[in-house]
Ligand binder design. Structure first.
Ligand code: GLC
Length: 852
């Protein structure tokens, strides 16, 4: 588009004033950057890297507190190195250049990090031994060995059998303000993770940047975008490890793209306070264990309220209120389940956060109460930018209390977003976070259920999708930093402020805060959505790569704008997208301003019918999906898992990123191509049931699965017990007294997690966990074991009735016993290859299967 075309487009969307401010912003930014950036001191202009050099001395810190016993300090020619053993499979590495030791902002004994929540002193002491040879030292734990070359200093991580897991190439170095590290990258190693990356799952051959950025809209391959996380997983020959590079400053990862066989990561860490190189090394060998440890270090996913897992409907923007009511009415009238309606920025008065446009929303309290009466939840958007306007109360208060970011000379920073020039709260200040949190009081009083924090990279609307200048100052929780260091954590701290505020305002309720920008550790506070994708097939294909990458980076709860944000999908794309979104953690339909309608009924009756069917399926599967969420909150295992997470010994899974496991039971192989009515699927080892046909297939094999427009290729692992609810229009529509258990004969263990779906009572033990064990030998045995008696827990369905559906049977079972009593009524549906029986809470069911 020509410059003039862009300008006219901008005026249409943003208005003349904001378009002009946006056009001028790059000049303003350049002016302030030049004004406050001093010419680089000689050291900073360095073109070559310095390395730690020879190890001159070492000592294990004597028993000075718990962490002392786990610390090895090394004095090298050019640096101080510290290795801290946090667990038998986790080592923290710090390299502090001698040249920076005397800098006033040098690191405190325990480094400050927004990402890390389990500090060194919190890890229980780990037994280890230290062996010294002339040229080397070796730390040994029961799970990991760390070999330290003395001349020059270099690290090699090995498993206890001596197999190299990850070795330094050049190792740790620094140049100017940067810190960097080079590791060897063997030819058969795969690399995964790093947050919201639009590249294929394996990051080999990729150079990628750590800089949260609003790309405006994105396509596969665009980098960086909103949510970057400096944590990656390496996998080779069944052995998995992780590296978390704990620097919030602008960074870069290069996996063999510049130098084949070498992985390189680097950050602009010389700006205060991160003037050292710091990373954490995790060893599995199972990647699920690496994720477990990583989320122990940076925090587990906050357990969301159950309603967050339902279907959400949105557009930019439903306005005025009559349109919101109309949408709410349509879903119920058409019997399409829907849980939440989102209000995008146009509910606000001129995009002023924490206000309402009373001409379009004259009575928000009544609107929200009416939506609640129809059993909808309401989510409202809040952006970080606060309109520069002295008569606007949030601006006034923010100015009076000094909440906004400033330049080094104390002048307030301002930049254009939706309302025009805006101030930006400094969320790296605890004082600002506390203030921001209580601003939600009004929305909470109105009954708003969930909150959506957008534009928090932070994004500035300008010709080149900008952000704040590097020279803007941040409090950085008392350490002080400029925007280079604070940028990547800005969104995380905004969404944290929101979540912490809500915890004070509604202490009994689990908050739902949706954020676009993330950093390592964000999972402790919020969930995420994938931002402004396109309504096209390549974006559909890219979605699960993004979701899986985020899951491998600790951010399990995310999902796309179903149907795509920019553009208009056709009915077929809409159907395929909805089919896949049933099996994504977050399921929300959203589209851009002025686009065509994108509600499930906007594409004709066939699409509406199929969307209804699939959204209904999502609701049926909620007990299963909620259990997968619980697993994730326990151990960092994402709900949507690449095959190699479950089948790590099978190297054929390492490159597969177009199919995935959703929870323990489902293998999902979405259709990503227009017109496709079948697709190639890799089936890992074991027996699998075709969800639609109840036929059995054995893996490993590559096969072709049918995918008529009303089906998504879907397999269920043999031995699974999948709990299901009846069809519902919204959560809580029915008192559920019958739980359906879909049993897929085979050998396996399945879980059902239940709590009140709303409060924190589960933390005090108010939850029920049921374990199902399926054994298939001469007979099929299904045992059910409940961890806590029902009577003790308020708000839980007690499932007085259980309906068992036995899938994949060619003939009716010969005999069925429930707790040793023979059951006479067992319905058999030959066409569906399913036997159905009704029972109460049981301990053991045995089924004599008729011979095939
Ligand atoms: C951003 C968001 C998008 C939203 C729009 C208006 O582009 O990513 O979801 O609709 O802003 O608020």
């Amino acid at each position: 588009m020509s410059l003039l075309g862009k300008f006219i487009d901008g005026v249409k969307t943003l208005g003349l004033n904001v378009t002009l401010q946006s056009a001028l912003y790059p000049l303003r930014k350049r002016f302030y950057s030049a004004k406050f950036t001093s010419p680089a001191p000689a050291g900073n202009a360095a073109t070559t890297y310095t390395f730690a050099g020879r190890v001159l001395a070492h000592h294990q810190t004597p028993a000075a507190g718990d962490i002392g016993r786990q610390t090895l300090d090394l004095r090298c020619e050019n640096a101080q190195v510290q290795l801290v053993l946090l667990a038998a499979d986790l080592i923290r590495v710090r390299v502090r250049p001698n040249s920076r030791l005397e800098q006033p902002a040098h690191q405190p004994a325990e480094p400050f990090s927004y990402a890390v929540c389990t500090k060194a002193a919190d890890w229980p002491p780990t037994p280890f031994s230290l062996h010294e040879e002339q040229d080397a030292l070796t730390i040994r734990t029961e799970k990991l060995h760390c070999h330290i070359d003395k001349n020059p200093f270099a690290l090699t991580f090995l498993d206890p059998d001596g197999a190299v897991i990850c070795a330094d190439a050049a190792g740790a170095g620094w140049r100017g303000d940067n810190v960097a590290c080079w590791k060897r990258l063997p030819p058969d190693e795969r690399i995964y993770g790093l947050g919201q990356k639009t590249t294929p799952l394996d990051k080999r051959g990729v150079i990628t940047s750590m800089w949260n950025r609003d790309p405006q809209f994105y396509h596969p391959g665009d980098d960086p975008i909103y949510a970057n996380i400096p944590f990656y997983l390496g996998l080779r020959q069944g052995r998995g490890y992780g590296i978390f590079f704990d620097h919030s400053a602008r960074g870069r990862f290069d996996f063999g793209a510049t130098t084949p066989g070498v992985a390189h990561f680097e950050a602009d860490a010389g700006s205060t306070p991160d003037n050292e190189l710091r990373y954490y090394f995790f060893y599995g060998p199972q990647l699920v264990d690496v994720l477990d440890r990583y989320t122990e270090l940076t925090g587990r996913m906050i357990m969301p309220p159950l309603w967050a897992l339902g279907y959400h409907q949105n557009r930019w923007s439903y306005t005025p209120d009559s349109r919101v009511r109309e949408i709410a009415g349509e879903f119920r009238a058409r019997h399409i389940p829907c849980e939440a309606i989102h209000l995008d920025i146009d509910y606000m008065d001129g995009f002023r956060c924490f206000t309402w446009d009373h001409s379009r929303f004259p009575d928000p309290a009544k609107l929200i109460a009416d939506l609640h009466a129809q059993h909808y939840r309401v989510v409202t958007m809040i952006d970080p930018g606060i309109k520069v306007e002295r008569t606007y109360w949030v601006c006034q208060e923010g100015l009076e209390k000094e909440m906004f970011c400033r330049y080094p000379d104390g002048k307030l920073f301002r930049g254009p977003v939706w309302p025009g020039d805006s101030y930006f709260p400094d969320f790296t200040s605890p004082r600002v976070r506390a203030w921001w949190g209580q601003l939600y009081q009004g929305l909470v009083d109105l009954g708003v259920d969930g909150f959506w924090n957008d534009m928090n990279e932070p994004a500035i609307i300008s010709s080149n999708n900008d952000t704040l200048p590097d020279v803007v100052q941040h409090e950085y929780d008392g350490f002080g930093a400029d925007h280079r260091t604070a940028h990547n954590v800005y969104g995380m701290q905004m969404a944290r402020a929101t979540a912490e505020g809500l915890l004070k305002l509604r202490p009994d309720e689990r908050p739902l805060v949706i954020t676009r920008s993330l950093w390592a550790g964000s999972q402790r506070y919020n969930m995420h959505w994938l931002g402004d994708n396109y309504s096209d097939w390549p974006s559909l294909r890219n979605t699960m790569q993004l979701v899986m990458n985020l899951g491998l980076s600790g951010i399990a709860f995310t999902g796309p704008d179903t149907g795509g944000f920019v553009g208009t999908p056709d009915g077929e794309l809409m159907i395929r997208w909805n089919q896949m979104s049933v099996f994504t953690p977050f399921f929300r339909n959203h589209t851009v301003k002025n686009s065509a309608d994108q509600e499930p009924w906007a594409f004709g009756q066939a699409c509406e019918r199929l969307c209804r069917e699939f959204i209904t399926l999502r609701y049926r599967l909620l007990p299963y999906i909620y259990t997968a969420f619980w697993q994730s909150a326990q151990r960092g295992l994402p709900m949507a898992r690449p095959l190699f997470l479950q089948f790590q010994d099978d190297e054929r899974c390492y490159d597969i990123d177009d199919e995935y496991m959703f929870g323990d039971a489902f293998l999902v192989a979405p259709i990503y191509e227009q017109g496709a009515r079948s697709r190639r699927v890799y089936i890992p080892a074991g027996q699998w049931y075709d969800y639609w046909r109840n036929t059995i297939t054995a893996g490993p094999q590559i096969t072709r699965l049918d995918a008529p427009i009303h089906q998504i290729p879907l397999l269920v692992r043999a031995g699974s017990v999948v709990p299901a609810w009846p069809d519902m229009q919204y959560i809580g529509e029915k008192q559920i007294d019958t739980l359906t258990l879909h049993v897929y004969p085979g050998n396996g263990v399945s879980w059902l997690y239940q709590d009140d779906g709303r409060t924190w009572a589960f933390r005090d033990g108010a939850y029920r966990l049921t374990r199902f064990v399926c054994k298939l030998g001469a007979r099929l045995e299904i045992t059910r074991e409940v961890t806590q008696p029902v009577e003790q827990i308020a708000g839980l369905d007690d499932y007085a009735r259980i309906r068992i559906k036995l899938h994949g049977l060619a003939h009716p079972p010969a005999h069925v016993h429930v707790d040793d009593v023979q059951i006479q009524e067992c319905k058999f549906e030959a066409e569906n290859r399913t036997a159905i029986l009704e029972t109460g809470p049981f301990t053991e069911i045995t089924v004599e299967l008729a011979p095939e």
